[in-house]
Design a protein around this ligand. Structure first.
Ligand SMILES: Cc1cc2nc3c(=O)[nH]c(=O)nc-3n(C[C@H](O)[C@H](O)[C@H](O)COP(=O)(O)O)c2cc1C
Length: 189
């Protein structure tokens, strides 16, 4: 038995090719989001896809410098948006599932992107003001994450700092560090 190839090979690269993402593929990414599960099927996610050069430039200005360095090359930027006032409908357990749901929808998009030969790099490193202004977001809408989407490029084309970060080996916790059997803290294996 093996991991799904899309899970096994997925990564968040910094090197993007400038080749545009085909409209048909964009459509499939959105379809993948569309069919994500959500609490009470509320589907709280919204997404703004940015390809227009002027809007892209405004969005780039809102990214933290460390992200801007590499993200400017990505042909497609997406901003996932929720509306806390409408979407934060808590159940009896008090958990704000709309954020959980938006995350699931993004993962659905990310895995579909991998399936289509695309890569995604999610970012929390951006400023609210410029991102809101770039998209003309109404006050009640809350941007959650910016995603660079495109075909993976050549690491040699990255600036030095981004290239150094890109070379750091990807690591993960061991399963026994996050999964327990029967009682909290009892290692699963
Ligand atoms: C919500 C979220 C925010 C992130 N923000 C940033 C970011 O601002 N800049 C960045 O370079 N990577 C960012 N990442 C990417 C993570 O650093 C990356 O997923 C993690 O290091 C694991 O690497 P991998 O995705 O290649 O497996 C973010 C990822 C997520 C899910």
């Amino acid at each position: 038995m093996k991991l799904l190839p899309e899970i096994a090979k997925r990564k968040s690269p910094r090197a993007f090719h400038s080749r545009p993402v085909e409209e048909e593929k964009i459509r499939l990414l959105l379809e993948a989001m569309r069919w994500a599960p959500s609490s009470y099927n509320r589907q709280p996610w919204r997404i703004v896809l940015v390809t227009d050069p002027a809007v892209r430039a405004q969005l780039h200005a809102g990214l933290m410098a460390g992200n801007r360095r590499w993200a400017v090359k990505a042909p497609l930027l997406a901003v996932v948006v929720s509306r806390p006032e409408a979407d934060d409908v808590r159940h009896d357990n008090g958990i704000p599932y709309y954020l959980y749901d938006c995350g699931q929808a993004v993962m659905s998009l990310v895995l579909q992107a991998e399936h289509l030969g695309l890569r995604c790099h999610q970012m929390a490193g951006w400023e609210q003001g410029p991102v809101r202004a770039a998209l003309h977001l109404p006050e009640e809408e809350q941007p959650l994450v910016v995603i660079a989407i495109g075909y993976e490029g050549d690491i040699a084309d990255l600036d030095e700092r981004s290239r150094e970060k890109e070379m750091v080996p990807r690591t993960r916790k061991e399963i026994r560090e996050f999964a327990f059997r029967d009682r909290w803290g009892t290692p699963i294996c």
